[in-house]
Design a binder for this molecule. Structure first.
Ligand code: FES
Ligand SMILES: [Fe+2]
Length: 453
């Protein structure tokens, strides 16, 4: 068992170089301890609200050995319970083979073993031969165990700790910086999951910085510079790109291509991104970028190209009933490209689309994780595609994401090498990873980054 050490307070802005040892990534004891100290104590993103629109709709969410049912128990009420029958412990709702989670609609949850039955409030409503128990089966002893549940940003969040504080407080200040993007209005274009050969932290960290872009995704260098910042915000952190003065909103995701003619490079970057990542943009943005050469004269200054591109895409979407929120450029700049929500969720937001990653442990094996990626956008009312989580082996994801995946298993192996001396995080571009480990150490009691030099 790992020892609880003393809590190390993170320096406010994490500007010093720090190192993190391999324990949190490779230790079996650490992976086991995460269950009690982390997963059962923290708010976790567990699904989307739109997956349970009607009373009786439910999904399950599994984290290690714990499984939770999240259901719409009344038109305006969502409830969550441990997915275990109070009789002899049969899992109440099974996950269909090959699926990420169960999803369906029920008036009652009936246990397959001896048919104890629970209503949507978690109350046990039927027990065969109940009288045999001589009155000992009280409501308290037979109801499903409650789990805290709340919603934010269109997601369902659960917390197994009965003493947990409010979700909205936990999400500060990420929540207030993201709320103008109205993420709850977005619907998934695709969502994929797989089982990867690395620790969940290795997977999340592959997306938590822009330092890797030039070397892992060299194709993007044709379209400009991708140097980016990372900022620590308590439990959470965000990242964004450097932007030229006067184009502060270019710190966010909908950026202009660089080079001689931004009309051309923006169109090229958009087409490349659509075809090779199928994320971080929408067909409307791609089409509007392709029109730039016809709509603007050569030599149009970059700032004007940017304004025209976004205004033209906004208008094209508006014409089909898709209304983007209006966000001041200085807010767009502050919010950056993505938020790392502690411990294992990333929201890569934009005004009309988002890309989200989540990674969870796969059993207690520190070398494996369940990795998920979902791409969302705004759709006209009633036209969002109906899709499910699709099991997708690493080699079947979009090529740009495969470039990221290729590093993951290799990092996991490398960290177990006798010669590995701990990470050396870039104190500017990889601050988000230092932030994760300072916060993890608050829960785990071990593994805080140590200052170098
Ligand atoms: S275990 Fe569920 S009814 Fe017996
Ligand atoms: Fe990447």
């Amino acid at each position: 068992m790992i020892e609880m050490g003393k809590i190390v307070e993170a320096p406010e802005q994490l500007e010093e170089p720090v190192t993190v040892g391999a324990e949190a990534y490779v230790s079996q004891d650490y992976a086991r301890a995460e269950q009690e100290r982390l997963w059962r104590k923290v708010w976790l993103q567990a699904g989307r609200v739109e997956d349970i629109p009607n009373v009786g709709d439910f999904i399950t969410f599994d984290i290690l050995t714990d499984s939770i049912i999240i259901t719409r128990s009344a038109p305006d009420k969502i409830s969550a319970y441990y997915n275990v029958c109070a009789h002899r412990g049969r899992r109440l709702v099974d996950t269909p083979a090959g699926k990420r989670n169960a999803r369906g609609t029920k008036a009652n949850f009936v246990c397959s073993y001896h048919a104890w039955t629970y209503n949507l409030e978690g109350k046990c409503t039927y027990i065969e031969h109940k009288e045999d128990w001589q009155g000992s089966l009280t409501e308290e002893r037979t109801r499903l165990g409650p789990v805290k549940v709340d919603t934010w940003g269109g997601w369902l969040w659960i917390n197994m700790d009965p003493n947990a504080g409010a979700l909205r407080d936990f999400l500060a200040p990420a929540a207030s910086l993201l709320e103008p993007f109205e993420l709850h209005n977005m619907r998934p274009r695709w969502r994929k999951w797989g089982i990867f050969d690395c620790n969940w932290k290795v997977a999340m960290e592959a997306f938590a910085e822009t330092y890797h872009v030039s070397s892992t995704h060299p194709e993007f260098m044709a379209f400009g510079q991708f140097r980016g910042w990372a900022r620590s915000h308590g439990y959470h952190s965000n990242i964004g790109y450097e932007a030229p003065k006067g184009r502060e909103e270019d710190q966010a995701k909908l950026r202009l291509g660089a080079g001689e003619d931004p009309r051309v490079s923006t169109a090229e970057m958009q087409v490349f991104t659509w075809e090779n990542a199928n994320t971080n943009t929408t067909m409307t943005l791609v089409e509007a970028a392709k029109r730039l050469v016809d709509e603007l004269p050569p030599g149009t200054p970059a700032a004007d190209v940017s304004k025209h591109w976004l205004a033209s895409a906004r208008a094209a979407d508006e014409a089909r009933g898709v209304i983007w929120p209006t966000i001041p450029p200085e807010h767009t700049a502050k919010s950056g490209t993505a938020w790392q929500i502690f411990p294992n969720f990333q929201i890569g937001h934009a005004v009309n689309n988002m890309l989200c990653y989540q990674a969870r442990p796969y059993g207690f094996d520190p070398d494996k994780c369940i990795f998920e990626g979902a791409v969302y956008e705004l759709y006209p009312e009633g036209e969002a595609p109906q899709n499910e989580w699709e099991y997708t082996p690493a080699e079947a994801w979009p090529p740009v994401l495969q470039q990221d995946f290729a590093n993951m298993a290799a990092v996991q192996q490398g960290m177990k090498n006798n010669g590995f001396r701990g990470t050396q995080l870039n104190p500017y571009m990889e601050r988000s990873i230092a932030s994760l480990h300072y916060n993890l150490a608050r829960f785990m009691g071990t593994g805080a980054p140590t200052q170098v030099g």
